[in-house]
Design a protein around this ligand. Sequence first.
Ligand SMILES: [Fe+2]
Length: 178
Amino acid sequence: MSKKEEILPDREFALNLLRMLNIQHSIRQHSEKVAGKALEIANTITKAKVDKNLIEIGSILHDIGRTKTHGFDHALKGGKILRQRGFSEKLARICETHILGGLDKEDAKEFGLPEKEYLPITVEEKIICLADKLIAGTKEVSLEERFDRWFSKYGRSPILLKSKRRIEKIQNELENLM
Ligand SMILES: [Fe+2]
């Protein structure tokens, strides 16, 4: 691993970066809440090694792409911003895999994104993806509540139904590591 891939800013640096890029106040509050939830989940994991520092900073920066766009491509934009700034590839991956329950190639195509898989693979990616679903704005919700809101807004689309199954599977996987 090159040195560049390891650069992980501290909490203050990450929050300052969000401020510098004029992130909306509500997004910053959401990101801090996600960090709290993600750390709470991480603290319950006993059967796997979890990088809690990566969890905290990754959560704070997961929506950094929203300084450019609020479309689904904010995930990719976020990854790009972090790579350009020389931060850890692990942080960029966290941005890219946090949407819904992650996106497979088919989902990416449907959303007009480059046809690649953006699925959470590492335990840190999975925890942050799940924590993001469990925090709507700054409010803690269940996966059921989160998806019910999306279903009433966008309908029970195949992509949302698939995402729900995928994030439930991730939640089960993490519970099995407790
Ligand atoms: Fe996001």
